[in-house]
Design a protein around this ligand. Sequence first.
Ligand code: BGC
Length: 848
Amino acid sequence: MSEHVSRRTAMRLLGAAAVAAGGAGCTVTPGAGARTGAQPATAARLAAEAPARPARPARPGSAARVQALLERLTLDEKVGLLHGDRDPASLGQAGYVPGVPRLGIPPLRLADGPAGVRVAAPATALPAPVLLASAFDPALAREYGRVIGREGRALGQDVLLSPMVNLIRTPYAGRNFETFAEDPKLTADLVGEVIRGIQDEGLIATVKHYALNNQEQGRTSVDVVAGEQVMHETELRGFEAAVGAGCGSVMGAYNKVNGVHACESKPLLDELLRGRWGFDGWVMSDWDATHSTAAALTAGLDMEMPGGRHFGAALKQAVTAGTVPVGHVDRAVSRLLATLDRFGLLDGAPPARPVRDPAAGARTARRVAVAGAVLLRNERGTLPLTGPATRSLAVIGPTGQHPFVSGGGSAHVVPDRAESPLDALRRRAGKGAQVRHALGEDLYGRPLPGNALTPAADLDDRAVAAGRTWTHQGRFTLPADDEWTLYVHYTGRRPSVKLDGEELFPVQQGVAEFFAGGLLGTAPDGRTVRRRTLRLAKGTHTLAVSAEGGPAGQRFRLRHSTRATREADLAEAVRTAGAAHSCVLFAYEDATEGRDRTSLALPGAQQRLIEAVTAANPRTTVVLNTSSSTTMPWLDRTGAVLQMYYPGQEGAAATAAVLFGDEDPGGRLTQTFPAAEHLHPVAGDPLRYPGVAGRQEYTEGIHVGHRWYDAQRVAPLFAFGHGLSYTSFGYEKLAVRQRGEGLAVEFTVRNTGTRRGTEVAQVYLGPSPDLRLDQPVRALAGYARLTLDPGRSRRVSVAVDARTLSSWDPAAHAWVLGTGRREVWAGRSSRDLPLRGAAVVRRAAATG
Ligand code: BGC
């Protein structure tokens, strides 16, 4: 049963009262609501809760330096530090704050992550965070952060707008690739290390989007409703861990939380973030997510981005009129300055910027892509490709040729380079091997048939000089009725294309235009693409094209596909697959910020393509370059399925290395893949995703992700934690005992196969019999990634800390230790747990 949430209880949400009683950090209070009354009367601190060393602690004398600056800053200058402005020398980053050079406060440049530094210049395009997370490897997360930290500094940036820690709550959410997992603990473990990595290199990290920003639909207005226990045990875990790691900045979300915009929520910003967690950095709004001046500043928002609608002239006026105390402004400014001081940015001469190391970035990008590659299925020895499979291979799919590097929206990075998967596979197969490609589905169209245009015109690569206009007026004649897709690829201004007087590619305003990027919106040569599908009748139509060169000139091409070309592409794919020994089919799903998915099926005609290709060649591996889970009605027809998400600029080489068995697929799913559209935690009931009347309730309660499948006994397509190796592993000899207020779990993992391979051994924990709170049937309690040679075994130790054994008690506003007999499972996924044991958990105070 999920916790019932009333608006009133939800608003007093986050336990500031308990802070006053127990101090910052985690306390165990006598278990209000516990079934047994035998509990000590005094609160005991959770020993294992001490936060790991924060990256970059405050420097001696910081408070005095900040105070001295505050005394010299004018009101205009203070207000100028609290909102974004236009950058006169923009490097293509998302945000800019001019600073106060006369006092040595430098301008700040703020660039998006989270899979690399997003500026106008090329950077290392790392694999999407969801792929990093799939490695279950906090040390690798640190390395990932380090690459971004160094590059951000090298590319002229001071603040990174990353990482994103919102949980994968629904598979439909458009930004699932930008975040880590559906599991709160895994998310919390990884985010801390990514932040330490970024900040180790001197770049200020910004954890986002605080909080409950788990969908794009209605994102700027949706009211997300969740109770105190639910929030602490799910979505908030990642943010708390980010604060524990010393994150310099927090970005408030677009949405409302329990009735109040996140950027003006006192419970979230003032009471929880600062009061309870002790956050000492500054809070900025998401882009245009500030809704007020006094309310937002008072609630704890420090900086409006990217402009100054509420925190610019309006703030100055409010201070002058006395409706906002200047002390509130000073408080926000000092939070910013204290953070800049922590990073050595107030020392007069800002720290020297490193030079980029693209080769090191590329090495990490490849390592992460291999480590996170999830082999979902492998039947009949389809993978790795060996023997005849390496000599005769069909590669199918548009993204087999044009690499799908990263997702769209603000996460898109200009990569240093991006090899074609086809080239990588050819290189790996070597001379003499036959590796043939067929498109299967044409994403960008082919030139218009020459005989369709009267008068004749070359519309396949037109250049229009700066300041000039080019026009074409004529007839467009079709031999038969057909369904046409027309494409325009262009640089500069979008040309006008009118068919029978109707504009085919009207310019949309605002975010709709911006978020149309990604794989489908960008041609392989970087031109913007727009497409339009319509039924056209046989006969003569009118076509009018007009293109303006604008200030910098422009180039464009007009392309097409028809039912006939689509059938021809499919037939060629089937022929190519049938003629080869083995086949690798690259499938895509193009996700982007600003838009949720409308279906979990692969888009376009890919299902039909997979069915036809697997019928022609059952030794087919489907490589998925998708953002999140997909449904797979075609699964049984395939030989193998390899989930690569958006694998970054080295994705092609990493994919080839895994397919050929040079590397063991090291990733495990960080989200459950549902068996059907209606079989996941946020489906079915219209109150769930996307919500009704602008309201979205966490109806699954604390049972986010895999916890829901266990609680509801729903069989997934692929379970959380699932992923195959090319070898096999056995589990034996589980031992569980209490250590402090945590558990020490030990077991032996043996490589029972014939190859060296990597396993992610997972530990899950059952509920406490002593708590009367809702608890997961099984919660992820820990994991260990290990690589073993064939026949070798290792004793694995997993420490389960007191926090993991605790639940959030909304009556006490505190974590309570779940004492009593706790069941423990170990194995290779949330649904494949060969070992089972238990231990009794007692309070340290009670056990002495
Ligand atoms: C996104 C943020 C991003 C910001 C700046 C917003 O639309 O939600 O994640 O950091 O834009 O690009």
